[in-house]
Design a binder for this molecule. Structure first.
Ligand SMILES: Cc1cc2nc3c(=O)[nH]c(=O)nc-3n(C[C@H](O)[C@H](O)[C@H](O)COP(=O)(O)OP(=O)(O)OC[C@H]3O[C@@H](n4cnc5c(N)ncnc54)[C@H](O)[C@@H]3O)c2cc1C
Length: 139
């Protein structure tokens, strides 16, 4: 799933959660994003009621993507690549045994941000990725 191109009809309706498509690609995490999306939808409805302008409903999607659009984009690329076949999925799973991958994933989950703090870990993961892609690493 991925965020739908529109979450509102510009008049009466605004979506949140699974209905809006905000389940993180690759991980399937949707609870946090559904709750956050619900909050943004509520703010958009409040603005719509205050101003009488149905276009205000679009602010829910804008606010969500401003905060999490990049994470969804990166996870979308990961999903497209690593979930493309059973073989790649197996490799993706075996990469998750790696301590660097586990630490970065944990930090990213907890903070809901892409983690840049440990450049060396990124370099190590890059080379391990390449080894998996070339079939040089054990599954
Ligand atoms: C098997 C599975 C495992 C998952 N594991 C995780 C996980 O570990 N971590 C995580 O973050 N996310 C996980 N997710 C995703 C997460 O559950 C969803 O993204 C999240 O629950 C979406 O919340 P929501 O409020 O949008 O929708 P929902 O939680 O689906 O709530 C929608 C509600 O609307 C009700 N409803 C539907 N139609 C009507 C109607 N016509 N009238 C009245 N009520 C109606 C439904 O009964 C439901 O209670 C998982 C999903 C699945 C399927």
């Amino acid at each position: 799933m991925k965020p739908l191109p529109r979450w509102d009809d510009g008049r009466h309706v605004v979506l949140a959660g699974d209905a809006a498509g905000v389940v993180a690609p690759a991980s399937g995490e949707g609870i946090y994003y559904a709750m956050l999306g619900g909050r943004f939808a509520a703010s958009a409805v409040a603005l719509c009621l205050k101003t009488g302008d149905g276009q205000a409903l679009a602010s829910a999607r804008k606010a969500f993507l401003r905060e999490h659009g990049r994470v969804f984009w990166v996870l979308g690329i990961m999903q497209r690549f690593w979930y493309a076949s059973d073989r790649r999925r197996e490799r993706f799973v075996s990469m998750c045994r790696d301590r660097d991958v586990q630490q970065l994933t944990f930090d990213a989950y907890m903070n809901k941000r892409l983690v840049r703090a440990r450049p060396l870990a990124h370099v190590r993961i890059f080379f391990k990725d390449v080894a998996h892609l070339l079939g040089l690493a054990r599954v």
